[in-house]
Design a protein around this ligand. Sequence first.
Ligand SMILES: [Mn+2]
Length: 313
Amino acid sequence: MSNLFEDIKSSSNLITGHINPDGDALGSALAFKLILDSKGVDSDVFFDIKGNVPSNLSHLPIELIINEPEENYENVYVFDCGNSERLGKLENLALNSKRVTVIDHHINPTFGDIQIIDSNAASTTQVLFREIISANIEIDKNIANCLMTGLITDTGRFQYSNTDNEVFEIASKLMSDGAELTSISDNIYGSIPMNAIRLQSEVLNRIELYEEEELVVSYVLQEDYLNYNIESSETDFLIDSIRLVKESNVALLLKEQDDKSFKGSLRSRNDLDVQQIASLFGGGGHKAASGFSTNLSIEEIKIKVKNAIKSQI
Ligand SMILES: [Mn+2]
């Protein structure tokens, strides 16, 4: 029997996930919302989102996300978020609720009265899929599309090292359930606004390769969003361009924030552990894909990352 679905309460439920949710956080939260709806259980979906949901996730039922949450909820379901700080402005609301259930695949989540966790799972939608199957819940096309979105994005189109047999078994089942792989993939990866492509060429021009550390670094500044007339939420794909460089094993993309701090995205393609590097900045994630926030300058960040890589190789 499923730990998640055996104890659904009809009293007030909030469904959420990490700040500025990605395909996995949105896909898992919205799949869960669709299931609760089908069971006639009331719930709200809300995230702390800066700006809009990226347009490349518009195939998801994002209209289910409400504009403002209630002041409190008895039950809060948190998807794809291992640290309550990553809930952003929902953190207090969650911590003040009667019961927090965390469904996740990050290492060692630091909160949650109930934790349904597998840090070896490729995506949170994979963890949720197992619960759905063990509870004998039917997966319709809309649920399948949500689950598939998390699977595609968190495995980098079934390419990252977290892609194992089970991922393909789940994908196969979701295809049988009606998941629209081609249109989802086209929306996520093949529908980039022209202005974002122009910004990409700038970011590619800025790439620096550090041969000794096999590290590539590039960056996006606040003024770039103005100059190219593009929302920061439309630039999540840039890290995937940086990490293409053959001579590199680690890719770092730095994005300047409103307050002049930087958000860093790290990717590795061999055994190098970027989660460990992100943790030096108080960040986290997974071995092959992690992120952090810092007030350090670009130069200071590069020195710190290079030293961390050297200590691992
Ligand atoms: Mn995830």
